[in-house]
Design a binder for this molecule. Structure first.
Ligand SMILES: [Cu+2]
Length: 152
């Protein structure tokens, strides 16, 4: 049943896709006290022009930002980026420890595995895609969020 649903969602998300195809999208489940989460996915650009993901919004959180991580002085930090590039004819992967769509100030807590979240993504070529993606438990060592970075 869940597999069928997932397949259906993948189909729906691809029917309306023009230059950008979204695959394997999911949102990380959260423990009760954590007001933030992140969405991950594969973005494939089938056109011969570079395109970027430039904004995102969701009913699941009051603030949605595009983020990435890097290692500085041996510490993994995350911070906001103005866009996430998807080069011509290539795929950009949003994954734990790298690029992600950050959901800040969750409307409904916690995010439980098996439920779904709606997400709308806007691209630099004018494309807009709304998807419904599953919430999943994600194993990760990325639990330390830099509080200073989170405030902006
Ligand atoms: Cu983040």
């Amino acid at each position: 049943m869940q597999k069928t649903l997932l397949l259906l969602m993948v189909l729906i998300s691809t029917i309306f896709a023009n230059d950008i195809k979204i695959d394997e999208a999911y949102v990380r489940s959260t423990p009760p006290s954590l007001p933030n989460s992140a969405a991950f996915m594969k973005l494939t650009n089938s056109s011969d022009k570079d395109i970027a993901l430039i904004w995102a919004k969701s009913g699941a959180s009051n603030i949605v930002e595009l983020h990435t991580h890097d290692m500085k002085d041996g510490v993994m930090r995350m911070y906001q980026v103005p866009k996430i590039d998807i080069k011509a004819n290539s795929t950009t992967i949003l994954e734990p420890g790298g690029f992600h769509v950050m959901l800040i100030d969750l409307v409904k807590m916690p995010l439980k595995a098996g439920e779904e979240v709606k997400l709308t993504l806007g691209f630099s070529n004018g494309e807009e895609q709304s998807i419904t993606i599953p919430i999943k438990d994600v194993m990760s060592g990325m639990k330390h969020h830099n509080k200073k970075e989170m405030k902006n």
